[in-house]
Design a binder for this molecule. Structure first.
Ligand SMILES: Cc1ncc(COP(=O)(O)O)c(C=O)c1O
Length: 369
């Protein structure tokens, strides 16, 4: 097993990036294991990026919160859907660093993890506000920022949705180098394909760039889990270009976005038409994965990526050896965090508690759109 702390790997591979501040959230390299039940498939356990509350977001937050700390920020402002993993992860890890969190949330389909994630954010004292669309959300975020500025002399640091700007995506450039070490150490063969959910795109952008820089010719299968206006080839190209600018500023030669895009296959057929909506294939994949590996999976992201992986394995279209990158936190609630009461949540979100109690989350008819 590779035991170097993840946060030293990027600086060792690309020394000029060692100057970038880090928040110190990451533990050792996340384990790779055989994917029980699927021959020649492996799992990268990014559910274990941090012992208290992991998942893919921690790699991005290590850079984003490190940057905010360096700049003397006292608060950060994050965005997401109601039960956002990213908002919960931000609130939890920012609080450990002494930073307050504000978060602008959009409505979403009921899902099993929503109440838990909101409980994390509420426990951390996050200031949550909910609006029905992105324009009103941004306007409210601006107003709340101004209020903080007037009250405390400093506005919060805005973090893009999902932590997916160039700086956040660097976390997954590093992840690719971490993977290379594990391949070199014989923990897995060089994967021909890598399956991962595709939402705010920072994970895919960082991985595809990092794989190229690390000399790994692996194809990335990006499984769409949000609408095409939020994630798609053109937007991914822009994020890749931003990331290339950041890397080149630090003396790293990066292939053009078009070259990197050629390594990505976007798969839309497992999306189901609505963010976080339940799909039969997703539900079956979660049940199968959980039984086989004993790890948690969710209906919004990992269930759909797993559905794609299982479908390709069944139709013998999977390019093996394959790697499934598991992105959902292994821990539902960090240590000491209780489930919150509905009354602690903004009124627009309290129905999630009612549905949770009735076991009705995951019904497509209950989606707000
Ligand atoms: C569990 C989980 N998996 C995958 C993703 C997708 O990553 P990205 O937003 O970088 O595309 C997210 C976040 O959106 C997530 O919370």
């Amino acid at each position: 097993m590779t035991s170097a702390p993840t946060s030293t790997i990027l600086g060792e591979a690309l020394p000029r990036l060692a100057v970038l501040p880090r928040a110190g959230l990451l533990g050792a390299a996340t384990p790779v294991q055989a994917f029980a039940g699927l021959a020649q498939v492996y799992v990268k356990r990014d559910d274990l990026t941090a012992a208290d509350y992991g998942g893919n977001k921690i790699r991005k937050l290590d850079f984003l919160l490190g940057d905010a700390q360096r700049d003397g920020c006292r608060s950060v402002l994050a965005f997401g859907y109601a039960g956002s993993n990213f908002v919960a992860a931000t609130a939890w890890h920012a609080r450990k660093l002494g930073l307050a969190t504000l978060a602008g949330l959009l409505p979403q389909c009921p899902a099993a993890y929503v109440v838990g994630n909101l409980s994390v954010s509420l426990h951390c004292g996050a200031e949550l506000f909910v609006r029905g669309g992105t324009a009103t959300l941004a306007a409210t975020a601006a107003a709340r920022s101004l209020r903080r500025l007037l009250r405390e002399g400093q506005a919060p640091r805005w973090i893009p949705p999902g932590g997916s700007n160039a700086l956040g995506a660097l976390g997954f450039v590093e992840a690719a180098f971490e993977l290379r070490r594990q391949i070199e150490a014989g923990e897995l063969p060089l994967p021909r394909s890598l399956y991962v959910p595709f939402s705010s795109m920072g994970t895919v952008a960082g991985l595809v760039t990092g794989l190229a820089l690390a000399g790994l010719p692996t194809q990335v299968i990006a499984v769409q889990v949000v609408g095409a206006t939020l994630a798609g080839r053109a937007r991914l190209g822009r994020l890749l270009a931003d990331l290339a600018v950041l890397l080149r500023r630090h003396g790293v030669a990066v292939p053009e976005a078009e070259t990197l895009l050629a390594r990505v296959v976007i798969r839309t057929e497992f999306y189901g038409g609505e963010y976080a909506c339940r799909t039969d294939a997703g539900a079956a994949a979660i049940a199968r994965f959980t039984a086989a590996l004993g790890a948690r999976a969710d209906s919004a992201y990992t269930g759909k990526a797993l559905a794609c992986l299982y479908a390709d394995a069944a139709t013998r279209t999977l390019a093996a050896p394959a790697l499934y990158w598991h992105t959902f936190s292994a821990t539902a609630l960090p240590p000491g965090v209780p489930l919150a009461r509905a009354s602690a949540a903004p009124a627009a979100l309290r129905h999630h508690w009612t549905l949770e109690r009735a076991g009705l989350h995951g019904l497509p008819l209950l989606c707000p759109h």
